[in-house]
Design a protein around this ligand. Sequence first.
Ligand SMILES: C[S@@+](CC[C@H](N)C(=O)[O-])C[C@H]1O[C@@H](n2cnc3c(N)ncnc32)[C@H](O)[C@@H]1O
Length: 204
Amino acid sequence: MTRAQNAALIRSWDRFGIEFGTTIDIDKFFPAAKEVIVEIGFGMGDATAEIAKAHPENGYIAIEVHPPGIGKLLSLIEEHDLTNVYIIEGDAIEILQTMFANHSINGFHLFFPDPWPKLKHNKRRIVNAEFLTLIHQKLKSGGYINIATDWVPYAEWIRDVFSASIEFTGGEVDRPDWRPYTKFEGKGLAKDHRVSDFHYVAKG
Ligand SMILES: C[S@@+](CC[C@H](N)C(=O)[O-])C[C@H]1O[C@@H](n2cnc3c(N)ncnc32)[C@H](O)[C@@H]1O
């Protein structure tokens, strides 16, 4: 973690951090939000901050395991005077299972999840049948997930996992104009990676 990230953590964690293990009362955090969106694996938080700034009507809860990213997003929250972003540090699966009430979230953002390219590591990919069941349980009726990946085999995997599910409908979409370019995506594009975006809506 850089000194600036650490300083932001010291200054702003108490205001914008949600302690792991607590139960989240969404209405308390965002009493007037049009939508509450949970971002899984925000990296350094550049897309998170830009989207939250562009959509002050929404509330964002951003989850990341990597501490420098937590410090960086806090510094972006300070820089842009954001009041509609909260952060949780930890594993998104455990956090969703234990901290969120069922049917409490309008949408998920999952941008460039770790691709785990080696065959023997494919099972570590966050998108799988259990993940779909978990996010379906946490979404409100008509809730959605937006996913982007720059790894073509992961795009195929995402398509296959969702096609096998009766819980979601949707598929690949054009790049949404509201999704900012991140440094991570830039690196993929520099290597001529094809980026795919997906939008799936929860059924039932
Ligand atoms: C490839 S990076 C993409 C970061 C960011 N979304 C972007 O587009 O720049 C994937 C991120 O997901 C985070 N991550 C992976 N598994 C996670 C999990 N189970 N819970 C929370 N974050 C996770 C990693 O630490 C990493 O920062």
